[in-house]
Structures are given as C-alpha cells and as structure tokens.
Design a protein around this ligand. Structure first.
Ligand code: SAH
Length: 228
C-alpha cells in the first residue's frame, strides 16, 4: 500500500510513523508513506497557505490553490483509490472502515489546519471524509497518523501470529478478552487457572465467553447489529 499525506506540519507525522509496527510495515516494504509539505506549494514569496474567510469571522481558511497544485502534482504520478480529508464532520472511523481501506492500493490523505480547507477542495477533489471522533483537534496530522496506523497493521505480513489483528477488539463485533502475562501470581492476585491449563479448546471457549461478557457490559451496541 502507498499513502501520500499532505500537511502543513510534516514534523507532527514523523514520530508516529517511524516506530514499532508502522516502522516494521515500511521496512518490510508492505507500506510506503510519503509526507508532502504543503508549504512547498504556498503562494508568493511568503509561501502563503491560508487567508481570511469570506463573509467575515474569526479564523483562517486554507486556500484552494496550494492544495490543488499539490494534489494534481501527485495525481500526475499515480492514480488514487481514495483522496481522504481528515475532518471532524466526516464519517467516524471504525474497524470496518479500516478493514475496507486496508485493501486499497494508493491513498492520499489531506490534513487540514486553522478553520479547515476551502469547501471547493472538498467538493471537487475529496472522495472520502473521515473523523476520528466527535471532538475538534487543531490539525489533521494526528488523525492522519491514527488512520495510517489502523490501516498499516492490517496489511498482510505486517503483524506476526502473536499479534494477529484477527483477535483484536471490533473484529467479529466483539471486544478482546482480558490478557495476562508472568508472574502467575502477584500479591495474591492470580491469573485464571484455565489459562495455565494448556487445554487450547477450553482456553478458546473461555476467551470467547469473556469477550462476550465484556462486550455485553461495555458495548452492547456492537451486538445488536441489524446486519447479523
Ligand atoms: N472548523 C472545523 C474544525 C477545523 S479543525 C469544524 O468545526 O469542523 C482543523 C483541522 O483539524 C481540520 O481541518 C481537520 O483536518 C483536523 N481535525 C480536527 N478534528 C478532527 C477530527 N475529530 N477528526 C479528523 N480530523 C480532525
């Protein structure tokens, strides 16, 4: 999978994408991420990117020309399955959106700033708008990093068996069961006997029961999906 990210603050994206599983995905050649500084496409000698909004009111808006110039320069090099704008009013990211997007080949992700981007970019270039939750952040970089992480870990070959995404929460509409590691007892608090029994069948059923219990208690909404 190849992802191009358009940002006015590329520094904010470097660390989240250069460690742990994201680093592994890129080192294995399963994911490439290029970050493009919109400032390079800024207007005039000050490389201007934003301006006051028509109609008045506080806050700057990202101008259309630098964004479109960057998008079109990238489109001249490859075609994109989706051009995504990270936005609090987009569809809320969840595991099934992540699963579906992880099957795509080329994605472009646009990070906004200030009051957001000129609406005409959204109307004419953006194919999908994604939010990471009902709150407002100062820029789209952290949301973009969240999206890339959610997708990157799903690419075949990125996770090994021990960390397989299939057993994570939200796959199969269930939350993950509790997990334990050594020691088997700490201050008298014991790991459930069944996990030490070596009986894989019983362990699987215990985990399923716990997943179901936890989902009923914390997220009953996941269980009453009308498509089930
Ligand atoms: N005025 C806008 C918010 C702009 S916040 C509004 O009220 O809807 C500035 C930028 O941060 C946005 O352009 C977007 O790219 C990003 N952003 C903020 N919150 C976000 C969220 N919850 N999900 C995804 N992107 C978000």
């Amino acid at each position: 999978m190849h992802i191009d990210i358009l940002s006015v603050l590329p520094e904010l994206l470097h660390s989240p994408l250069q460690h742990s599983i994201m680093k592994r995905a890129q080192n294995k050649g399963l994911l490439t991420v290029d970050i493009h500084n919109l400032r390079d496409y800024g207007l005039g000698k000050n490389k201007q990117l934003d301006d006051y909004q028509y109609g008045g009111g506080a806050g700057l808006v990202m101008r259309i020309e630098p964004i479109v110039n960057c998008i079109e320069a990238l489109q001249a090099q490859r075609s994109y399955d989706e051009i995504i704008y990270m936005s609090p009013d987009g569809e809320c990211l969840n595991q099934s959106i992540a699963n579906a997007l992880s099957l795509k080949g080329n994605l472009m992700i646009l990070c906004g700033h200030y009051k957001g981007i000129d609406e005409r970019v959204r109307e004419h270039f953006i194919t999908r708008e994604i939010s990471i939750g009902d709150f407002v952040l100062s820029g789209g970089e952290l949301p973009a990093a969240v999206l890339v992480d959610a997708l990157g870990r799903l690419l075949p070959g990125v996770l090994n068996d021990e960390t397989s995404a299939l057993f994570d929460s939200f796959q199969d509409e269930l939350l993950a069961p509790p997990v334990y590691t050594r020691p088997a007892e700490f201050r008298g608090w014991k790991v459930p006997d069944i996990l030490l029994s070596g009986d894989d069948g019983k362990i699987d059923s215990w985990r399923y029961e716990k997943s179901l219990e936890r989902t009923k208690a914390r997220r009953p909404d996941l269980l009453d999906d009308p498509n089930d």
